[in-house]
Structures are given as C-alpha cells and as structure tokens.
Write a protein that binds this ligand. Sequence first.
Ligand code: ATP
Ligand code: MG
Length: 457
Amino acid sequence: MITDTIKRFVGQLFNPKKQGVQHIGREKHGIDRRNVSRHAIKVCEVLQHEGYQAYIVGGAVRDLIVGLEPKDFDVATNATPEQVRALFRRARIIGRRFQLVHVVFGQEIIETSTFRAPASETQSTDDHGRILRDNEFGTHEQDAVRRDFTINALYYDPTSEQVIDYHQGVDDLKKRVVRMIGDPATRYREDPVRMLRAVRFAVKLNGTIDPASKEPLLSMAGLIENVPSSRLFDEMLKLLTCGHAMDCLQQLRQDGLHHGMLPLLDVVLEQPGGEEFIELALDRTDHRVRSGKTVSPSFLFAALLWQEVDLQWKKLIKQGETGIPGLMQAADAVLEKQTKTLAIQKRFSSDMREIWFMQPRFDKRLPKSIWRMLEQPRFRAAVDFLQLRAAAGQFDSVLAQWWMDLANADDDTRATMLDDLSKLPREGSGTGPRPRTRKRRTGPPRVPVDHGNAPTI
Ligand code: ATP
Ligand code: MG
C-alpha cells in the first residue's frame, strides 16, 4: 500500500490539472433550479439553516449539467448521520460499511451522506487491495477526493446556485471525458466496480474514458472476480437499465471487462442467433428506459439467459427427457452456474423460472388450462417474453399476438376468445421448442405488436 501512496503523491506532484477549488456560477454550469428535486432542495435548506454545509452531489449534478433527467438525488453534508436524522420527521440511518441517512418524502428518498475521508492506510483491505471498510468522516475537500470520477465529484448548492468543483469536473463533463480522481490503477484496485462504472458513464454520456483512466482496464479486469457477487449484480443491473445497455455490453467486450460479469453471456453471444436475441431484448429495454417506463430485472435476466436455457433444454430432450421437466432441469443448471459469479436474488430467479416455465404452455391453446395460466402472477411477463421470442423467430408471431391480445383483454373478451377457441380443432403438438411454422389465424382481429408494451412487473 506504501507504493500506492507514493504513486498518488507523485501523481499529484506531476498532475498539472491539480488546482484549487472552483465555484461555478449558473451561466457556466447551466443547471435550472426548477429541474432539481424540491425534496433535495428542502434537505439542503434545513441542514444549512442549522449551520451545516449541504449540497446536492454525484449523478444528479452530472446529469443536470448535461441535460439528462437524474434518476435520484443525493445530498452530502458535514452533519453526522445522527445530526441529520434528528432534523427530519421521516429519516432513518442505514448501511453498515458507511452509515447514511434516508430522508423520506412520500415516494422519494433523499440519500444523505456525511462527508467521507478518502482511502488511507488505516483502512482494511483484502489481499488484492480492495477496501473492505471505510468509516471515517472527512471534510468537504476530502469527500471530493474519495469520489470516483471528476464528473461525479460536483456539489450543487441550491441556495447560491453554485457548483463547487475541486477536480475540474465541469470542464471534463463539457468534454464528456470520464476521468478518475487520483491514480487510476490504485482507485480500481480499491474498488474494481469503478471499472464498470467508467464504461457505463462513458457510454451514457456518449463520451470517452480519459486515456490514463482507460489504460489499466484490460490488465486489471480480472479483479472484478473478487467483488462480492451481490454487488456485481447491482452494478450489472444499473448497466443494463441505463438506457444504453447494448452499447455498454459492446464496450465492455471491447475493454475485456465482460468475462467476470455474465460468464454465460459470452457463450450465448457466440451461439447462432444468440446475439440477435439479446440485442432484441436489450433494445426493447433501452426503449422502455428512455421513455421513462420501468424495467423488470427478472424479465431482463430471463431474456439474457434464455438462449442458454433453451440450448440445454433441447439437449436434454434429445437425450430422452420430456418437455417441462427438461426445461426445469435446464433452468436449474443455468442458474446454478450463473449464480456463482453474479448473485441473482431469489425473488428474481423465481420470477425468471415462472417466465421460462410458461413458455411451452403457449404452444397448446387448451381453454381450460389457459384460465389457470391467466391466474399466474407472471402471466403478463411471460406473454411479453413470448413476443421477444416471436420477434427473434422462435415462435409463431400470429400466435404470439393472440396471447398478447388475451393478456390485454378484459374478462368478457377473454371468455369470448376462449369460447371461439374451443370451437376450433385441437392444436399444438405438445411441449418442446417450437419449429418456425405459420399458423392459421384465429382469435380477434390482428393488431401490430406493441414493442413498447413490454413487462409490467
Ligand atoms: P447513477 O445513479 O446514474 O448510476 P451516480 O453517479 O449517481 O450514477 P451512484 O452509485 O448513485 O452513482 O453514486 C453516487 C455518487 O457516489 C457518485 O456520483 C460518486 O460520486 C460516488 N460513488 C459511487 N460509487 C462510487 C465508487 N465505487 N467509488 C467512489 N465513489 C463512488
Ligand atoms: Mg445516483
């Protein structure tokens, strides 16, 4: 760790950009106060009224400056978590590694954290230099040093409408450059997730990673394996739901960072048709995110891993296994392998199974069993998933539309649809992946597939 300290010292000595703090006015940063959460403003005002420093910080400031809508608003202050909690009616202290306060206003939570001291030798790290605990409070300037990128270390004071910038983050943001604060290799070692964040922000901003911050990525990518799998899951989810998922994945592959993340994804992308299916899934997700709709993690991961499940399923069927039990076995095998690196939480994986297991049931349209299917909580998501399979040529598109119409219909229309169905000759050849055949049109008049009409869960 001594070498890291020396490196950082030398880095600072020779870093020509290391200058003092800048107070940037509205004409330069361009943040319109009306776009700032009034709850975040309220938290800052209450704290400032009590004599504390308080700023909106991080992603919200970055996004507001480039004209994107922030996902959420965080506040940084020199008040301790206890002091913050005492000032708000609905506030709770959370977190073990570093305590922070959630100040709750109806649906909105303003995450309020106390200025943190940067990494030091007294902090405990694992054998690879990853920080395990950092509990020290610090000054405003120190808080800026411990943030990851210059563009994420901007502090907006809603009272003076100034942005406090210790690391020329506003300049970098205008140039759309993602630049690590401090020595990049040291900072990636402290927390390898920063590598993934660098890629995500560069893609999201349609910018680049500063060459010095990019250089260590390839050689250090392996450190991602040491990150706890639950944290990796959270980061992967952020990446997949940032509105530019496909670009991020492509960039990760280019930077050699994709291996530790979704090991099966690699295999999948190399299978015939694999890339197309994932592209379709991510494209739909990106559209949903960009039009402000919610995205279901279960649906997304069900889609990402489907090709692999489907492949294993087909193999088992060839070995003589029957339809649904074969699918269950395939799902178990894929999920087990996956969970070693990326902890997919149980509540998500059980939804994923439900989505997958309903797929063969769409082959046969038996009115009696359809009523039972309609009662399943993941029916809607499973039908959405079927649209994806149809778009990828894995399922008859007319039939997929019939299921979508059924999912969208009210009970009376459903009854009529099922009644019409019972008058038709029996269909469906049973379980197993369906060959690409066109079916005779049944059901209500056809409407185009609504690509934006993806999962509602
Ligand atoms: P987004 O919310 O769009 O993913 P963000 O920048 O707000 O982006 P968060 O994970 O919400 O990201 O973190 C808030 C802020 O906390 C960041 O802007 C950054 O200043 C700091 N931060 C987050 N993760 C790290 C990290 N791994 N290392 C150092 N600083 C971090
Ligand atoms: Mg954020």
